[in-house]
Design a protein around this ligand. Structure first.
Ligand code: NI
Length: 268
């Protein structure tokens, strides 16, 4: 029940800035499918008071437990996946940016954002649907972060929220990526092409595909209005391992490619 409320709230915040997700979900429902979420992913900064370590107890309190740990060295990310005792609840993927590995100027911008956070907003699991926990940054600061870390820039304008929801392909009427891609192509949605439309394969036990994030207009602190990436929608197909157990983890190479779903050109 608590999980239901948690994910319903996240979904509402998510579709408000990611209309493609609602449109695509409806498309699959209209084709006779019932929708099960494979996982929901969050991003954060590895800085108090919103570091992974500080946010994690809120996820654990929902009945989740740590499943695995992942590192993305080039993107300077640290991540954990979580699974729920109730198999119908989506897995949770929580990553954090190792801010102390960025340039001193980028670190200073992010420290200024985190210094504005009101701790009382982080007391319950509604922390994950707060959005911005700080005043909007200036375009200059956003653009500076974007050149160094797309993830850092995305967090600065999106804050704490679901970065993406993921449809479980295994639960679709035709549980294949071929079916999913056919529907996505029909819908003429822009797909993440990093490493091909399908990341992973049967041998790696996980296949994923993702849209490119929706774009929204944002007016920055200095009054400039620019188009930025909001969130994207993902699809995941899991295979059973040699013991017949459905794979529960994440494949770092897939995830690394999917992070590019919020990429922006730096000349906007
Ligand atoms: Ni994902």
């Amino acid at each position: 029940m608590q999980c239901q409320t948690f994910f319903d709230r996240l979904w509402q915040e998510y579709i408000a800035i990611t209309p493609q997700a609602q449109r695509l979900q409806q498309l699959f429902m209209d084709d006779g499918n019932s929708i099960v979420n494979d996982h929901v992913a969050f991003r954060t900064y590895a800085l108090p008071p919103i570091s992974l370590q500080q946010l994690e107890p809120l996820i654990l309190a929902l009945g989740y437990r740590r499943f695995d740990h992942y590192q993305f060295k080039e993107k300077k990310l640290n991540a954990f996946s979580y699974i729920h005792e109730d198999e119908l609840q989506p897995r949770v993927f929580l990553s954090e940016l190792k801010v102390n590995e960025l340039s001193p100027s980028a670190q200073a911008i992010i420290h200024r954002l985190c210094a504005q956070i009101q701790i009382d907003k982080l007391e319950t699991d509604s922390a994950f649907s707060q959005g911005l926990l700080w005043a909007k940054p200036s375009w200059q600061d956003y653009h500076f972060l974007l050149q160094e870390s797309e993830y850092a820039a995305w967090m600065a304008v999106m804050g704490l929220r679901a970065n993406h929801f993921t449809i479980s392909v295994n639960h679709l009427r035709q549980p294949t990526m071929t079916y999913v891609l056919e529907k996505l192509h029909q819908a003429q949605v822009r797909l993440n092409q990093q490493g091909g439309e399908i990341k992973g394969n049967k041998a790696s036990l996980l296949e994923q595909t993702a849209t490119m994030a929706d774009e929204i207009k944002m007016t920055f602190a200095d009054g400039d209005t620019h188009t930025i990436s909001s969130c994207y929608y993902e699809f995941a197909k899991r295979y059973a391992d040699k013991d017949g157990k459905l794979y529960q983890g994440f494949v770092p190479a897939n995830a690394d490619a999917i992070f590019h779903s919020t990429d922006r050109k730096t000349d906007v």
